[in-house]
Write a protein that binds this ligand. Structure first.
Ligand SMILES: O=c1cc[nH]c(=O)[nH]1
Length: 219
């Protein structure tokens, strides 16, 4: 598996990332969602360069324009709920894509929120056989929800290509996925890779709880 880290590049993604993280700016929910969406748009554009293209003749009012167009049948997958604005960014770019959704939640063994697992509950996906699957999961903490999300999607067909996308990943999560998918040609796209996970499996420095910041708190 190949890993791309946008934080190592000179790119506008770093500006969007700084706004996601900034403790004052991130309080503006609409802006938080829009920044996740914008990172999705840039990642989608970069992924578009990896697709398979062939020349198609486009009829204009004045003649024919030979144009390189991609042939990949794209499915955009995401994990509720924090994934929704990030997913929308990819959909803004690949607007013809089919879509797949899965819900995953963490369950804890005690009131101190020590995690014991991730539970998959809801799954809605088209046939994935031979498709180019792009999974948008903005916070890659342990890598567990991305792995389980992909496994859940793969019950509905085996994709031809897989792109795993996160806004912020932890080093531990990246190492876990790199090991788990070491024999694949998957690509993991990260807005940034942060050094630590805390006891509650939150990424540090990270940004906090992406779902709450995008949509408000939950019970
Ligand atoms: O730091 C983290 C990790 C997982 N999910 C989040 O929203 N934040």
């Amino acid at each position: 598996m190949k890993v791309i880290n946008f934080a190592e590049q000179q790119t506008v993604v770093n500006r969007y990332m700084s706004e996601l993280r900034d403790v004052c700016i991130q309080k503006d929910r609409a802006r938080f969602r829009r920044n996740l969406e914008r990172i999705g748009e840039v990642m989608a554009y970069e992924i578009s360069k990896t697709l398979d293209y062939s020349v198609k003749d486009i009829q204009t009012p004045l003649g024919t324009a030979p144009t390189l167009l991609y042939n990949d049948p794209i499915v955009l997958g995401t994990i509720f709920r924090a994934g929704l604005p990030f997913h929308q960014g990819f959909l803004n770019v690949f607007e013809e894509a089919d879509n797949a959704f899965v819900s995953a939640y963490r369950f804890y063994k005690d009131k101190e929120c020590h995690e014991v697992g991730i539970h998959i509950e809801y799954l809605a996906t088209p046939d994935l056989n031979g498709k180019t699957l792009i999974i948008a999961d903005p916070m890659l903490a342990t890598g567990g929800s991305m792995e389980l999300g992909l496994k859940a999607f793969e019950t509905k067909g085996i994709p031809g290509k897989v792109h795993l996308c996160s806004a912020i990943a932890s080093r531990k999560g990246v190492d876990y996925l790199t090991e788990t998918f070491k024999d694949t040609d998957y690509t993991l796209w990260c807005g940034a890779i942060d050094p630590e996970l805390n006891d509650h499996m939150y990424i540090v420095p990270g940004l906090g709880d992406a779902g709450d910041l995008a949509y408000g708190g939950k019970l």
